[in-house]
Design a protein around this ligand. Structure first.
Ligand code: 173
Length: 488
């Protein structure tokens, strides 16, 4: 058995031990090979790295990548609690977590976000909630839905409402899916598996992220035999790795390959950047490397993404898989038409939840421009069109479907539901949307998804409509802040 004082001594680049889940590891020979950069490891030299390690590394990482001789063994009665005393803000957060409202008090998706904002660990909340630059696109994604109004029809028999539809050939209970979001274990110890379980119970599709906290196989193993899952793919520079991932996904029964095309580089998320403590590297002796203090792990783990990915690569993807191939992150009419030309099975109109290019148009606006052009060219049935970003209400979903989308993806709201109330939270968030769907379809005068069309929608004032203030969204949105002065 080791003791903590011994580990603390090994705190240099050349002699670097870390503790993960109550066991010590000698990572000295690995520091310079770490795919996430050496800075992140050195920050924890001689310390407990569990909290930083967990969200980013699947459970089998140490066994797979660190030879047994580097596994130093367990501690006796080691308590991996923090070294620094918690701040006042952190104490307040912990108290709020104890006092959080009952799940029965969650009436809409914004409610989950509100609780998440006040109870989630600061760095996790900042990572999930942040958008790029001034977060104008993040907010516009949501606000765009308020520029579209309904044209409901009356005196229609709306006794029986059917929410079911199909997506890429799979029958689903409702036209929305859980979209891919990275690092699920920042919010919940079971990470993406929580979403898998809720998706199964509610019969909706889950898109598995490349950068999940759990391994791909863990997430697929968690699914029931009837459940449909899709895979979101960040294309690796190393095409052999990429091919392996795609073939493995197909073997494991994945029903759609969603290639992310809006993130050759990670956007600048300042809320996330500012939430990170100035990292203290002073305990690392002999380290002259400039630590990555900006986007920390996220940027580091995204360095494998192929910036050279282009339209000519689509043929190659076709040659290695029979799964439907969908581009996720299409932001213009022009690229949507190119997607048809290249024979894609679908597109997701998306600006990555406002996390990538600031002033990339809201997906709903692109959809409004796109559909008449596709129809004019007779191409509307050539591929399925999805969109994501800013969806918080069933009315948002209904508007997108009326305007020609096959379904919508929802990301952050399910992360917030997961982070605050776990399985029951995600189940309830999905149920809230379904209940809203049924009610709003009745009020709209339609009984099934295939009846939804632009005849129920008024977009004439899309460019000019005065925007009603969205009080709930406004209350949960955390504004960006300017730098804090040092305490005097
Ligand atoms: O939006 C993201 O944060 C994201 O997609 C991502 C990309 C690379 C690494 C981690 C997350």
């Amino acid at each position: 058995m080791l003791d903590i004082e011994e580990v603390k001594k090994h705190n240099t680049r050349k002699d670097c031990w870390v503790i993960i889940h109550g066991k010590a590891y000698d990572v000295s020979d690995f520091v310079d090979e770490h795919p996430g950069g050496s800075g992140v490891i050195l920050k924890y030299a001689g310390k407990d790295a569990t909290k930083a390690f967990d969200p980013i590394h699947p459970g089998d990482t140490l066994v797979k990548y660190l030879a047994p001789k580097y596994h130093l063994g367990p501690f006796e009665d080691y308590d991996d609690d923090e070294d620094d005393p918690p701040s006042q803000e952190e104490l307040r957060r912990r108290q709020k977590k104890l006092d959080k409202p009952d799940l029965s008090q969650m009436y809409n998706l914004n409610d989950f976000e509100f609780v998440a904002r006040h109870t989630m660990e600061r760095t996790a909340w900042s990572y999930y909630s942040s958008g790029c630059d001034d977060e104008i696109t993040l907010r516009e994604n949501h606000a765009s839905y308020h520029r579209v109004f309904f044209k409901p029809r009356i005196l229609v028999d709306v006794t029986n409402i059917d929410l079911s539809t199909t997506m890429l050939g799979t029958k689903v209970s409702s036209p929305f899916y859980i979209t891919a979001t990275a690092l699920g274990r920042l919010g919940h110890k079971d990470g993406e598996k929580v979403l898998t379980r809720a998706a199964a119970k509610q019969d909706i599709i889950q898109m598995i992220p490349t950068l999940a906290s759990c391994s791909f196989d863990e997430i697929v193993d968690e699914a029931t035999s009837e459940q449909t899952q899709w895979l979101q793919l960040y294309v690796n520079k190393d095409r052999e790795i990429c091919e392996k991932i795609v073939r493995h996904a197909e073997e494991r029964g994945i029903k759609g390959l969603f290639i992310t095309v809006d993130a050759p580089q990670l956007g600048r998320r300042e809320k996330d950047m500012r939430s990170k403590k100035i990292e203290d590297l002073s305990h690392v002796q002999g380290d002259d490397e400039e630590a990555d203090r900006s986007q920390g792990a996220a940027r580091a783990i995204s360095s494998f993404i192929d910036t050279s990915l282009n339209w000519n690569d689509i043929k190659w993807f076709r040659s290695i898989t029979k799964m439907p191939i969908i581009l996720k992150g299409v932001q213009t009419v022009e690229d949507s038409l190119l997607a048809v030309e290249h024979g894609l099975d679908g597109i997701v109109l998306s600006n990555h939840g406002g996390r990538q290019l600031e002033f990339s148009k809201p997906p709903l606006e692109v959809l409004i421009e796109l559909m008449p052009i596709l129809k004019q060219k007779g191409l509307q049935d050539k591929m399925e069109i999805y969109l994501d970003g800013g969806v918080r209400r069933a009315t948002d979903i209904l508007k997108a479907i009326c305007l020609g989308a096959k379904g919508v993806g929802i990301g952050r709201p399910f992360l917030y539901a997961m982070s605050t109330y776990g399985d029951a939270g995600v189940f309830k968030a999905i149920q809230i949307l379904k209940d809203e769907m049924v009610m709003n379809m009745r009020l709209l005068g339609v009984t099934s998804i295939d009846q939804l069309s632009e005849k129920y929608i008024d977009t004439r004032h899309f460019q000019t409509r005065y925007l009603p203030e969205d009080k709930l969204f406004g209350a949960v949105y955390e504004p960006l802040v300017s730098p804090a002065f040092k305490d005097s």
